[in-house]
Design a protein around this ligand. Structure first.
Ligand SMILES: Cc1cc2nc3c(=O)[nH]c(=O)nc-3n(C[C@H](O)[C@H](O)[C@H](O)COP(=O)(O)OP(=O)(O)OC[C@H]3O[C@@H](n4cnc5c(N)ncnc54)[C@H](O)[C@@H]3O)c2cc1C
Ligand SMILES: *[C@@H]1O[C@H](CO)[C@@H](O)[C@H](O)[C@H]1NC(C)=O
Ligand SMILES: *[C@@H]1O[C@H](CO)[C@@H](O)[C@H](O)[C@H]1NC(C)=O
Ligand SMILES: *[C@@H]1O[C@H](CO)[C@@H](O)[C@H](O)[C@H]1NC(C)=O
Ligand SMILES: *[C@@H]1O[C@H](CO)[C@@H](O)[C@H](O)[C@H]1NC(C)=O
Ligand SMILES: *[C@@H]1O[C@H](CO)[C@@H](O)[C@H](O)[C@H]1NC(C)=O
Ligand SMILES: *[C@@H]1O[C@H](CO)[C@@H](O)[C@H](O)[C@H]1NC(C)=O
Ligand SMILES: *[C@@H]1O[C@H](CO)[C@@H](O)[C@H](O)[C@H]1NC(C)=O
Ligand SMILES: *[C@@H]1O[C@H](CO)[C@@H](O)[C@H](O)[C@H]1NC(C)=O
Ligand SMILES: *[C@@H]1O[C@H](CO)[C@@H](O)[C@H](O)[C@H]1NC(C)=O
Ligand SMILES: *[C@@H]1O[C@H](CO)[C@@H](O)[C@H](O)[C@H]1NC(C)=O
Length: 532
């Protein structure tokens, strides 16, 4: 039935009758399953967990790469004194917002503890500041920014409370008195405080949802970020979670399988893969990144409706590029975690340097890495390693003018902008966004559901956002498969009964009452569980 729907597009009803008849005579030879989970990252693993937990075991996980984990992605780099390589994270690196004792806990932090993930508290006060002349102390600007940030936070809350028009974070900062345009040191500080997390500048970010997102991760859980450098890779927690329901070589896990076409209807979903194989599912959960959805690398049939395609193109996919260097010695201050560089000419030019050689991390590794985002990511990722190494070394030699900085013995960085299974790093809410726009991003089209980092209204950009969305879609579909009634009129927040609403026509900002579990907003952004 799905196949015929697919073929009749654009044909006359006479043809469609003929094809539909032929279809009955030649039933689909696709592999059959109740639920097709598209993608084996955090969201896909969580969806499988929720289904298994609901005693639905007839599902498949279809994954492009040769392992699970998705954007929790590591690689080997450099070498130890014994000649074996280190493992570094190309993608997700922190558990962000851990949780206070007795309060709610970030599920990624729960897993990190359960599976003994090696990690250390990221001390954002352990920072030295530099410019083109070397060390120069502009750390006082960090407090100036923080004061403006508090005022911006209050103003964003007023907008959300009173159903007013969203603004840009730039507007929020300027109204709070933070105006860094003439000061490169202040711009470096702003980059460290805003772009480093959002992967976009304040003018490219939503004021309300940027602040709300920070509030729920860092006020609802806690303000701590722990940096993961486990030599098994960060993804080990997701492999452990998956192995609780997938046995070794489980035939339900299809690795190295690239989905190319998805046809959906009110009856089911058919998935076609690059290798010619296909799957007929009662329901499917697409966890591909927003970048994958935006770049037409998967064909949907019928074409996604306007309200859905508009939402996909509305939200933004940021890029966050870590550039790794190993030296034969640690020539930078050994006890410091962060080094902030203010370029004299270009905001966001190799700004944040992070030492792995510091005690508590991988001392003696002589590894340091520098991060760029967004436009600088596109520029740097389009350069050869040699060009980028030249720029990076020139900056390091400005930062440490009195030291003979040796050439690196290892150098490497990923190209997230062109990674075919990601097309960027993580999502961001652009200026003047409304909750309704995001509800359209999150809503299902017929039996095709969506999950993953970008689908989390409150925890977008984070591993825990991906995890929550995977659990929610998995348990919702389990309820549908079991025909549990989901009573939306009672405002039921029963797990697995969330109704995915969409809007053919957008109405602007949403009243406070709409910020609830049914619209993907389970936690108030006005909460503050941090005692300090
Ligand atoms: C550089 C970087 C730094 C980050 N830092 C942090 C951090 O410190 N802390 C944090 O919490 N989060 C961080 N994140 C975000 C975090 O990694 C993501 O939110 C999370 O991993 C997303 O999980 P997901 O399941 O939604 O998507 P994914 O992990 O992208 O999973 C989707 C899966 O679908 C597969 N796929 C894609 N296309 C196809 C196809 N056509 N066919 C079959 N399979 C396909 C992909 O291979 C992938 O495995 C970072 C991300 C990046 C890239
Ligand atoms: C597992 O099922 C139990 C009982 O139905 C439910 O309370 C729990 O929330 C479920 N957990 C997950 C991760 O789905
Ligand atoms: C946890 O990890 C640390 C560091 O990798 C290791 O020393 C320790 O033995 C591990 N503990 C357990 C219980 O696995
Ligand atoms: C963080 O670093 C600062 C500056 O070096 C130091 O004073 C502080 O004690 C550190 N905090 C923790 C928790 O290690
Ligand atoms: C570098 O050396 C010069 C001359 O001795 C000195 O004036 C300057 O402060 C030093 N710079 C740094 C960053 O240590
Ligand atoms: C964010 O939290 C701060 C501090 O609790 C609060 O003042 C502000 O109103 C909140 N903003 C939003 C958008 O929830
Ligand atoms: C997949 O979609 C492309 C582009 O629409 C189309 O050319 C191709 O025939 C489709 N493949 C299958 C197997 O449906
Ligand atoms: C860099 O710092 C030095 C020393 O504090 C200062 O004289 C110089 O003006 C700074 N450069 C810029 C571009 O601000
Ligand atoms: C830079 O982009 C161009 C155009 O897309 C491409 O041909 C070239 O290979 C890219 N270079 C690198 C080093 O990625
Ligand atoms: C590192 O290499 C440089 C030459 O590139 C050399 O001068 C320096 O002594 C070396 N450091 C160590 C600790 O071997
Ligand atoms: C369960 O749901 C399916 C699909 O929506 C429907 O066809 C079927 O009649 C329902 N069964 C019951 C017992 O409600």
């Amino acid at each position: 039935m799905i196949l015929s729907n697919y073929l009749v597009l654009g044909l006359t009803s006479l043809h469609s009758y003929v094809i539909a008849t032929a279809d009955i005579e030649a039933p689909s030879t696709c592999r059959k399953t109740s639920v097709a989970i598209l993608g084996g990252g955090a969201a896909g693993v969580a969806a499988g967990k929720a289904l298994s937990n609901a005693s639905i075991t007839d599902f498949l996980i279809i994954e492009y790469q040769d392992d699970i984990g998705g954007r929790a992605k590591h690689t080997t780099f450099g070498k130890k004194s014994d000649g074996t390589p280190y493992v570094v994270e190309l993608g997700a690196n922190w558990v962000q917002g851990l949780g206070v004792s007795g309060g709610p806990q970030n599920p990624i932090w729960t897993m990190a503890q359960k599976y003994n993930l090696t990690n250390t508290y990221s001390n954002y006060s352990s920072i030295l500041t530099y410019n083109e002349t070397g060390f120069t102390d502009f750390s006082d600007l960090l407090d100036v920014y923080d004061n403006a940030d508090t005022i911006m936070g209050d103003n964003s809350g007023e907008i959300l409370l009173h159903n007013l028009q969203d603004q840009t974070a730039r507007t929020g900062l300027s109204l709070a008195g933070w105006k860094p345009k003439q000061n490169m040191a202040a711009q470096a500080v702003e980059w460290w405080e805003w772009d480093w997390e959002s992967a976009y500048s304040p003018e490219e970010s939503s004021l309300v949802f940027g602040v709300a997102g920070n509030n729920v991760t860092f006020n609802y859980f806690s303000d701590a970020n722990n940096f993961v450098f486990d030599q098994r890779g960060f993804s080990t927690i997701f492999k452990h979670e998956a192995s609780a329901y997938l046995k070794p070589n489980d035939p339900r896990l299809l690795l190295r399988t690239q989905v190319t076409n998805i046809s959906y209807s009110t009856d089911g979903v058919t998935i076609h893969n690059h290798d010619g194989s296909c799957i007929d599912a009662e329901y499917a959960i697409c966890t591909f990144s927003l970048g994958v959805l935006q770049n037409d690398v998967v064909n949907f049939s019928p074409q996604l409706p306007d309200w859905k395609e508009t939402a996909i193109q509305k939200f933004a996919m940021g890029t966050y590029t870590k550039i790794f260097l190993q030296f034969n010695e640690t020539f930078w201050p050994e006890d410091t975690q962060y080094f902030l560089y203010a370029s004299p000419t270009s905001r966001g030019y190799y700004p944040v340097w992070q030492s792995l050689s510091t005690p508590g991390f991988l001392p003696g590794s002589n590894i340091i890495f520098v991060t760029v985002v967004h436009r600088e990511s596109y520029r740097v990722e389009n350069q050869s390693d040699e060009e980028t190494k030249g720029e990076v070394m020139a900056v390091l030699r400005q930062m440490f003018p009195n030291i003979t900085v040796p050439d690196p013995i290892a150098f490497m960085y990923p190209r997230w902008t062109t990674t075919p299974w990601a097309h960027g790093s993580y999502s961001n809410w652009p200026p003047s966004t409304s909750l309704e726009m995001h509800e359209n991003l999150r809503a299902n089209v017929d039996r095709l559901w969506f999950a993953g980092e970008a689908l989390s209204a409150e925890f977008f950009g984070f591993l825990h956002g991906a995890w929550f969305e995977g659990l929610d879609s998995g348990s919702s579909i389990a309820a549908l498969l079991k025909n549990k009634t989901c009573d939306s009129s009672s405002g039921s927040s029963a797990k697995g009964c969330s109704i995915r609403k969409h809007y053919e026509v957008l109405h602007g900002p949403s009243p406070l009452a709409d910020y609830g579990v049914l619209n993907g907003w389970p936690i108030s952004s006005f909460i503050d569980n941090n005692s300090d």
